[in-house]
Design a protein around this ligand. Structure first.
Ligand SMILES: [Zn+2]
Length: 380
């Protein structure tokens, strides 16, 4: 057994919206799992002096477009997942592997694509990141038998990326998925790809997917009236992303906070896309939302970690005993007027990503992408 003690923590930002901060000084990790939160253990194979930094869950990017490994054909780039790890991301959710050149348009091809990508990422973590992929792109020609096939093949997520011509069929596909515990996401707002059409609030009200993907636009949001209808008239999960309209994101977050409905929110990047590869995209979106609203940074962190994991049943995203030690040590960046990581986010700045762990393994010791910490933790 290999044990790791992280001591001298400033606090733990838990990733749990209901209890977002715990004033705990140490955690003990054993065999990749959080064994003790508020540890009484004093020695271990590895001891890290956190130097007062905040321990958070690794970020869970709720909206990515992986394909295979660290390759993204949309930006013709390699190694993007590892770059995101250096932005604090330890897990990702695929909103569809739609960027494959020559993307299939028939049910058999789309199912095969989802199975291939899902299996590939199950067997391989690019840069160490847990990529939850194999998201079935839905098509008008699919039937309940196709959804059953997907379920039997282990598919756990589906996505309506384009406006389907037959909204009744789309509604049925979502329902058939729901009966098989397949989570449904639906593109929200203006078209993002040539040859596709807008998806309107009326379509959402009819089809009723679980998650309104990029609710603040990907990149173009619904008209204001449509945003009102989905906030007030549905209980869907509303996702905010960095590749969308930030004025709308700030407004939606404030309204959902006032309604005491932050449990319906999550954060993602919606990258790599035409918007680009944004290695610190989760930090960027968190800093915008924390800096420009009154919602405290520790709750914003929960929207970027535990909330995503909860909506997708990932079994990570919170600092709790028994869960994988997918963790970050964060600080205020050098030069910041803030004293700590949450202070930096509340001020509208990136937090410094000092260390990142996946399953208790130290994978980042000084981020190559996020700014450096004021007082780095020390591996003793
Ligand atoms: Zn997307």
């Amino acid at each position: 057994m290999s044990g790791m003690l992280i001591r001298n923590l400033g606090c733990i930002v838990t990733g749990n919206l209901d209890n977002p901060v715990r004033n705990v000084e140490s955690v003990y990790v054993e065999d990749g799992l959080l064994a003790e939160v508020g540890s009484t253990t004093t020695t271990a194979d590895t001891v890290i002096d956190a130097n007062g930094l905040a321990l958070t869950p690794g970020f869970v990017d709720g909206h990515t477009h992986p394909l295979l490994g660290g390759f993204t054909p949309r930006q013709n780039a390699l190694g993007w997942c590892e770059s995101y790890l250096h932005g604090g991301v330890t897990s990702m959710v695929s909103a569809g592997e739609c960027h494959v050149p020559g993307r299939p348009t028939d049910p058999e091809g789309l199912k095969a694509l989802a199975v291939l990508t899902g299996r590939s990422y199950d067997a391989h973590r690019p840069g160490g990141v847990k990529v939850n992929a194999g998201t079935l792109l839905l098509d008008d020609d699919m039937t309940e038998a196709d959804i059953e096939d997907a379920s039997q093949a282990g598919i756990e997520r589906m996505k309506i990326l384009f406006a389907l011509n037959d909204v009744d069929r789309a509604r049925d596909l979502v329902q058939w998925g729901r009966e098989r515990d397949i989570t449904s996401m639906m593109h929200c707002g203006g078209s993002s790809l040539p040859g596709t059409d807008n998806i309107t609030a009326a379509m959402f009200e009819h089809i009723r997917p679980d998650i309104a993907a990029h609710f603040n636009g990907g990149p173009t949001p619904l008209p204001d009236e449509g945003i009102d209808r989905l906030i007030e008239g549905t209980d869907m999960v509303l996702e905010l992303i960095v590749g969308g309209n930030q004025s709308v994101a700030v407004d939606v977050l404030e309204r959902m906070s006032e309604r005491d409905e932050l449990s319906r929110m999550q954060i993602g990047t919606d990258t790599p896309t035409g918007t680009g590869v944004i290695s610190c995209g989760m930090l960027l979106e968190m800093s915008i939302l924390a800096g420009m609203t009154d919602v405290p940074a520790e709750k914003i962190v929960a929207l970027a970690t535990g909330q995503v994991a909860d909506h997708h049943d990932l079994g990570t995203g919170v600092v709790a005993e028994g869960l994988p030690a997918d963790l970050c040590l964060l600080d205020a960046p050098m030069g910041s007027q803030a004293d700590d990581a949450m202070g930096a986010l509340d001020h509208g700045e990136y937090a410094a990503v000092d260390k990142v762990f996946v399953d208790g393994e130290l994978l980042v010791d000084g981020s190559r992408n996020a700014p450096p910490a004021k007082r780095p933790a020390i591996v003793e």
